[in-house]
Design a protein around this ligand. Sequence first.
Ligand code: SPV
Ligand code: MG
Length: 294
Amino acid sequence: PRSGVSRFAALRREITSPTLSFLMEAHDGLSAKIVEEAGFRGVWASGLTTSAALGLRDSNEASWTQVLDQLEYMADATSLPILVDGDTGHGNFNNVRRFVRKLGERGLAGVCIEDKLFPKTNSFIGEGQALADIEEFCGRIKAGKDSQVDDGFVLVARVEALIAGHGMAEALRRAEAYHRAGADAILIHSKRSTAEEILAFARAWDNRAPLVIVPTMYYATPTSVYREAGISTVIWANHLLRSAIVAMRETASRIAEDESLMRVEGQVASVKEVFRLVGNAELEEAERRYLPAR
Ligand code: SPV
Ligand code: MG
């Protein structure tokens, strides 16, 4: 963020400003750095990709403290604000309280929680996933807001009603309840291949609170459409991990086939580039300052 602006304030500005903002997925410290260098102003710490990067499913297989440790590496690696995918909040209101407090203490600027049950299932798997009771989920939202360690901390409430096949009226009813419970923004999710239902929701919602969307499945929609619809924030939710999978697979199979590095050297980042990304220059400078002169 700009100097003097806390990461909490920076994320709040991205999410609440009337201009369209973008959050780019990262799943570890290195990918968070790459997001920052690409010029993004905020990071989406995806549950799907942080899990997948550990070789795990998007089903709360990593414990929440394991997730927290991974998030801390990301917060340390970048100065950007990070919106954490908090899944369902790792339990009931009480788990949300502790999770939100720990996120704030470790410099994570906000969290998104979705109105489903622990352990969660990824939104693109299966049909008719069970939703949380509205009142119970509102309790999770209130408990989260009451536990934030900074006034700028952002809590996004994610509505899964369209995903679960409950229709527009139920999605709006839930969004309204979550807004009243204190959510700073509403994430309305869809697994359709066009943006129609998202845009219909946005029209009916009429900017009662900032709207966040995740166009993974309706990727062909021009971004200008989201601007015109008054969407607040677009999350590019998983594309660094997915690009890494393709690149890693190609490199591994070339080396396996060739029993040689000739074809891949020049195609992969240099070792020097790895040193640069993780800040070896700073360590050399610190060594000159702190180690006895030789
Ligand atoms: C994630 O990136 O983990 C998300 C978005 O929650 S989705 O995979 O579409 O559910
Ligand atoms: Mg997720």
